[in-house]
Design a protein around this ligand. Structure first.
Ligand SMILES: Cc1cc2nc3c(=O)[nH]c(=O)nc-3n(C[C@H](O)[C@H](O)[C@H](O)COP(=O)(O)OP(=O)(O)OC[C@H]3O[C@@H](n4cnc5c(N)ncnc54)[C@H](O)[C@@H]3O)c2cc1C
Length: 420
């Protein structure tokens, strides 16, 4: 039966107490997935209670002046309401956004989107989610509690940051994970080693270099790779604009992942799920392999790169850090930036009470087992975002996957098929 519930929203930061009673749906997370899910649910007649700091990960864990790796057509925070698209946003601000999209523009778009769908969201941190008496009990950092029949957890990738073992005893000042460094000006004049060769590592290296740091990239791979500009796709889109756009997107999905053979399997969760498990793995791995965007290559021309090396030992030496490398050489640096990515592990969901966490069915490698509607093995608890990439495919690692998550969450919660 379709639900039509209108919740009273707490004014963020106002300190007013909100309505009591059990809520129908609570969304924890106000990044692309939380905001997109809000839009889909509202379109289906449900106004969820939204918690989170708007676009917090983008504001606090990514560097200023970063350019999005995803093309504009793959950077929509999906919504059934057409007035929430990036195209509509461009019309609103009266300016065409540049490609590649600067992070500042994407954050402004996210904040604008939030203003439309959840202007009064609750910005408090959730400290615990437990289950009792047929509903979820959500406890805020200030001790206040609310209850909800269903919870959508869209808390992002940040809690899965991966620190290699060699750096476990080194301070975060000397060896921060890339998600802990946003202000690169503090590295001016310093020797900085960047560990990793994915898009993040290469972009941090370029930005650090442009900020006056003396950068060395340390890579396990034998070469640094850059994805060439997809000029065939670009040309195809140019030739199939306007009324042909629907057809154009059916032939080459706007998800900006994969190539002509794999793009549709990656874009469409049903098609993804029909692949053999090893093919699903390959499709996911193809989207996370270390490679930089084409526009990074010229920016890294003057940056020192050491390939086929890894760090065997890291030792604090006065104010600096001494890194022993597998090729027998040492690097003495002021800081090492661990652009070592993220490793999904459901045990990291510390806000979930252990009694819930332990009941969530998991894959052998720590992902939650989810239905095609993103429901965990605990009825009423849904997980959206990167944790769902094994369930719906690699789009879920990126903003573009919001178009796969939102309709499915809304369908699951309303019990009605929802148009994407
Ligand atoms: C360096 C970097 C660059 C990237 N570039 C791109 C790109 O160009 N294109 C692309 O598509 N993807 C990119 N990604 C991936 C992108 O970050 C994710 O696709 C996207 O942010 C996922 O959105 P989300 O809503 O799941 O989570 P997030 O954006 O991480 O949002 C998490 C939300 O949860 C809230 N939250 C977390 N914990 C709590 C709590 N305990 N209580 C209350 N609220 C909480 C936060 O306040 C926040 O609102 C990039 C990732 C990185 C690391």
């Amino acid at each position: 039966m379709p639900l039509a519930i209108r919740e009273t929203q707490r004014r963020s930061g106002s300190g007013q107490s909100q309505s009591t009673g059990t809520k129908e749906v609570v969304i924890v997370g106000a990044g692309p997935y939380g905001l997109s899910s809000t839009a889909y649910l509202q379109d289906a007649g449900i106004d969820p209670y939204v918690i989170g700091k708007p676009m917090a990960f983008w504001k606090q864990s990514m560097p200023g002046r970063m350019l999005l790796r995803s093309r504009i057509e793959a950077s929509n925070i999906a919504a059934p309401q057409k007035h929430l698209s990036l195209a509509a946003y461009q019309r609103t601000i009266g300016r065409k956004l540049q490609e590649p999209l600067p992070i500042e523009d994407f954050i402004a778009y996210g904040d604008w989107f939030q203003g439309q769908v959840a202007p009064n969201l609750d910005e408090r941190q959730v400290s615990r989610i437990a289950f009792s008496d047929d509903s979820f009990e959500i406890t805020f950092e200030d001790g206040e509690q609310i209850r909800s029949k269903r919870v959508i957890l869209a808390v992002g990738i940040g809690l899965f940051s991966f620190r290699p073992e060699q750096f476990s005893s080194i301070s975060r000042e000397l060896a921060p994970h890339s998600s802990e460094v946003t202000d690169l000006s503090r590295c001016r004049g310093k020797r900085v080693a960047v560990l990793g060769t994915g898009q993040s590592a290469l972009e941090y290296a370029a930005l650090l270099h442009e900020n006056g740091a003396d950068v060395v990239i340390l890579s396990r791979s034998s070469e640094i790779k850059f994805r060439p500009f997809a000029w065939r796709k670009h040309l195809f889109r140019q030739l199939t604009r306007g009324p042909l756009m629907g057809l154009s997107h059916r032939i080459i999905p706007p998800t900006d992942l994969g190539d002509i053979r794999t793009a549709r399997k990656m874009a469409n969760p049903d098609l993804f799920k029909r692949q053999a498990p090893e093919v699903q793995e390959q499709l996911i791995r193809a989207c996370t392999r270390p490679i930089g965007a084409y526009w990074l290559a010229p920016r890294l021309q003057d940056v020192q790169i050491k390939t086929t090396v890894s760090v065997t030992n890291a030792e604090v030496s006065g104010p600096t850090l001494k890194l022993a490398l597998t090729d027998g050489t040492n690097e003495e640096v002021d800081m090492v930036l661990l652009a070592t990515g993220y490793k999904i592990d459901i045990a990291r969901y510390k806000i979930l009470d252990s009694s819930i966490r332990q009941r969530i069915e998991q894959t052998a490698d720590g992902y939650p087992v989810l239905s095609m509607n993103l429901e965990t093995s605990i009825p009423g608890l849904y997980l959206a975002g990167v944790v769902a990439e094994k369930a719906l495919g690699p789009t879920l690692r990126f903003v573009t996957g919001t178009s796969n998550a939102g309709p499915r969450l809304a369908a699951a919660i309303t019990g009605q098929p929802v148009c994407s």
